[in-house]
Design a protein around this ligand. Structure first.
Ligand code: SF4
Ligand code: SF4
Length: 428
């Protein structure tokens, strides 16, 4: 037997990504033809010269990693997870899936778990945990959060920007209101929706959840409010994939059970619907996850698909201020950027102006970090200017953190499209 035929020399493929059960992103990486469209659409790269952009964070990083000579580059923590690069790529490279996976690996394997950055990011990612405590005594929590010393400590000790106003906690959460009213007022086994209210509508803006319930009951839906945890959006953005998986396991189990009872899942936050239908199946392999993704909708989108919203709005009017509408990046990713202004246009007495396609700049927890605050505000400048140029002094959006940035940059009050629908269709 010649050396060439030795069994020791048999070709063995190199296992470049380790555990073979991991989701394989190589085909996506190979689809990239380096056009750089993703880079030119990245709001962070546009204002931060140190950020290498989505092409590097995604396909190039995967190629480098394939050679097993590179750690994950720490700049992946500077990606805000706005996901605009996903929509921009003409070759359908799964950029945000690559970023989320790389970020998770970076945090797991390279980040110091005792560092201020890790502790701060873990706290920001687990907003629901702290909000659930604060909501037990909301007035005290709001008082303490409003103190100058709290803001000062938040910045000096935790690295949370002292420029931001802490969100106020409602004196009654959405779930408390739901329980007080005795749950669903409409029973209808043929038209059921399971409401994913998310953290912010529960603890901070329950008026959004109440409007959702009133509007859907007006259309004859039986609304279910299953137990739920955070959608995981802030956890993905901070590479806390173990936390996100634990939350996803509860959400998938509870929401799939509701689907089994004939419900579709609707969310009032566009980042929550994005998470349930795109990020969950991209990142996790949990029984029922594809079923959940296929049955999840954003709330207004659901009514547009399943109800004659145009007909319902015929002759509708509302006592509502004129509006400057900002479409969240995650709404754009789901193709929902035009619907709010279309809805508003049908309502007598309301004018809504679309303030353009720029990013608000806050991207969930990104703009709350001290080191990102200036970048976040630079990204938001175009939106602020367009809001101020619009003939309106109230904002409209479906993302709670975009709403924070809109308020912060302009001083405007900001409302949700479901509140507008409630005023036009349900309220007398
Ligand atoms: S837009 Fe898509 S194809 Fe173009 S460089 Fe970015 S990832 Fe590659
Ligand atoms: S998700 Fe947003 S911030 Fe991150 S690389 Fe893509 S476009 Fe840039």
């Amino acid at each position: 037997m010649s050396d060439a035929e030795s069994p020791d020399d048999e070709f063995e493929p190199v296992q470049v990504f380790g555990d073979e059960t991991e989701m394989d992103l190589r085909p996506g990486s190979d689809d990239c033809y380096k056009c750089s469209t993703c880079d030119t659409n990245c709001p962070v790269a546009e204002v931060d010269d140190d950020f290498p952009g989505p092409k590097f964070q995604g396909p190039e990083q995967w190629r480098l990693k394939r050679k097993e000579d590179r750690d994950i580059d720490d700049s992946v923590m500077k990606c805000s997870n706005c996901m605009r690069c996903d929509g921009a790529c003409p070759s359908n490279v799964p950029l945000s899936q690559m970023h989320n996976t790389a970020r998770g690996e970076y945090v797991d394997e390279q980040m110091d778990k005792l560092s201020r950055e890790y502790v701060r990011n873990r706290i920001l990612s687990n907003y629901r945990f702290f909000a659930s405590i604060a909501s037990k005594m909301p007035r005290v929590a709001n008082f303490v959060a409003g103190l100058g010393v709290t803001t000062w400590l938040g910045e000096k000790v935790m690295g949370i920007s002292g420029e931001r106003e802490m969100p106020e906690f409602a004196t009654q959460t959405f779930r408390e209101w739901w329980e007080d009213r005795g749950g669903a007022q409409v029973s209808n086994p043929d038209k059921r929706v399971a409401y994913f209210h998310g953290c912010y509508s529960n603890y901070n803006t329950p008026e959004v959840g109440k409007s959702m319930v009133r509007v859907f009951e007006h259309f004859g839906y039986e609304v279910m409010v299953p137990p739920q945890r955070c959608s995981g959006t802030p956890m993905f953005a901070n590479g806390m994939l173990d936390d996100a998986r634990r939350a996803a396991e509860t959400n998938v189990e509870e929401l799939v059970a509701a689907i089994g009872e004939g419900a579709d899942v609707v969310a009032s936050c566009t980042s929550c619907s994005m998470s349930l239908r795109q990020e969950y199946p991209e990142l996790f392999d949990i029984h029922g996850i594809e079923d959940l993704a296929a049955h999840t909708y954003e709330a207004v989108e659901y009514l547009r698909i399943h109800e004659d919203l145009d007909g319902a709005l015929e002759d509708a009017d509302a006592d509502f201020p004129d509006l400057a509408y900002h479409a969240p990046c995650h709404a754009r990713n789901q193709g929902l950027e035009g619907q709010a202004v279309e809805v508003a246009d049908r309502i007598d007495g309301v004018e809504a102006t679309d303030v353009g396609d720029s990013c608000s700049g806050i991207s969930g927890t990104y703009g709350w970090k001290e080191e990102n605050y200036d970048t976040s505000m630079k990204i938001g400048e175009e939106m602020f200017e367009h809001m101020e140029a619009a003939d309106a002094e109230t904002g409209l959006t479906e993302c709670p953190t975009c709403a924070m940035q809109m308020e912060h940059g302009t001083g405007y009050d900001v409302r949700h499209t479901l509140e507008l629908l409630d005023a036009a269709i349900v309220e007398e």
